[in-house]
Design a protein around this ligand. Structure first.
Ligand SMILES: NC(=O)C1=CN([C@@H]2O[C@H](COP(=O)(O)OP(=O)(O)OC[C@H]3O[C@@H](n4cnc5c(N)ncnc54)[C@H](O)[C@@H]3O)[C@@H](O)[C@H]2O)C=CC1
Ligand SMILES: O=C1[C@@H](O)[C@H](O)[C@@H](O)[C@H](O)[C@H]1O
Length: 342
């Protein structure tokens, strides 16, 4: 493709605006040329801050627009399937924020459409794979420095959540990142999940918070995922692999350690935008580069979106039944073979 990639945006809410900012002010090789939102006022307001973006009534209008080469889907999860399918049908690459779709059936519909198109066109917003610390951890695992991984702990702590947040969302909205990044770090799929519900945090109201999930992988690695979404002190993302010969953990991220008055301290990020700011930049630049090169998509795939959704569904069942629930995936289509994305 010659010139800038012309991106059409479906959903100009919180992360839609943040991604528009990075495409137009931080990254190179793309412009935003068309936007839509359920709230026409919001779409107008966002377009007013852009050079030449047109505002459209629906996502379908954006996707079909002749000035749009590629689509960014940042609307609410249940709407993702429709727009991702429309992008594939139009032969336009799609970057879809997580979740790829909110049901396994919908994820399979997307996989089927991509397989029928004969090439990858979809990248899912699993930005942790682009984070330097997670990449460092993956390098250590792959180098064999700590021997074979035996266990992995993934801590996901949010300072607080809105009133609309439900206990199931701790799995489908929050832990979905941990499921994806663990699959990627360990390079294998999950086979089953149990969910344990400890004593509740008094800040969570009716929420069952925290949750502790125990998952097994095909080779027998045990993965524990903690979600604590009312932790108050900040946005804290933890990861530690226990291997045969050693352990490896994500380092604390603060740039400076302050020692004063008998204590040593460092800053904790306030939210995911701050913690993963570089990772969001890298994932979108990677997507723009792939689209420019005519590659469709090379980052986290529809398969990754599907596999994470199957684990989410099993974990929700496990939460409500109190039982271990098996994770059963379909056979992986050939277009997703050949290594790990990115
Ligand atoms: N990768 C990450 O760390 C994060 C990912 N997300 C994901 O991004 C997506 C959006 O989340 P937020 O921006 O936080 O939500 P938001 O509610 O701030 O924004 C979503 C926007 O989509 C619009 N919308 C909904 N349905 C639409 C439709 N059919 N057509 C056009 N516009 C529509 C809404 O009016 C709203 O303005 C979600 O899937 C969420 O899970 C959100 C935060 C962080
Ligand atoms: O994707 C995200 C949010 O939607 C979710 O609500 C948060 O818990 C995650 O930390 C964030 O990365």
């Amino acid at each position: 493709m010659s010139g800038s990639v012309r991106v059409g945006v479906v959903g100009t809410g919180m992360i839609g605006q943040d991604h528009i900012r990075r495409i137009t002010q931080v990254l190179s090789g793309a412009d935003v040329t068309a936007v839509t939102d359920l709230s026409a006022d919001l779409a107008q307001q966002v377009a007013a801050g852009l050079k030449d973006a047109t505002v459209h009534a629906t996502g379908q209008d954006v996707i079909g627009n002749e000035n749009v080469d590629a689509v960014l889907v940042t609307s609410w999860g249940p709407t993702h399937e429709e727009y991702v399918l429309a992008g594939i049908a139009a032969g336009k690459p799609v970057f879809c924020e997580k979740p790829l779709a909110t049901t396994q059936r919908a994820c399979r519909n997307i996989i089927d459409a991509e397989v029928a198109a004969g090439r990858r066109l979809v990248q899912v917003g699993f930005m942790r794979r682009y984070d330097d610390a997670y990449r460092g951890l993956k390098n250590v695992i792959e180098a064999g420095t700590i021997g074979a991984p035996l266990m992995y702990y993934s801590g996901h702590r949010n300072p607080g959540v809105p009133d609309s947040y439900t206990t199931d969302m701790a799995i489908v909205d929050t832990a979905v990142h941990d499921f994806d990044v663990a699959r990627w770090l360990l390079a294998e799929e999950f086979t089953g999940v149990q969910v344990l519900a400890p004593r509740r945090n008094r800040h969570g109201g009716d929420l069952q918070d925290p949750l502790l999930m125990i998952l097994e992988t095909t080779s027998g690695v045990l993965v524990s995922v903690e979600t604590s979404v009312n932790i108050r002190y900040g946005y804290d993302i933890r990861g530690e692999v226990v291997g045969e010969d050693g352990t490896a953990a994500l380092a604390d991220r603060g740039q400076v350690v302050l020692r004063r008055g008998g204590t040593a301290s460092g800053a904790v990020p306030q939210d995911w935008r701050e913690r993963f700011i570089d990772a969001y930049d890298s994932e979108l630049q990677d997507w723009i580069n792939a689209v420019s090169a005519g590659a469709g998509a090379t980052g986290p795939s529809s398969w990754d979106g599907y596999a994470a959704q199957v684990v989410c569904d099993a974990a929700v069942d496990a939460l409500h039944s109190g039982e271990r629930v098996a994770v059963d995936l379909i056979e992986k289509p050939a277009i997703y073979a050949g290594g790990q994305h990115p």
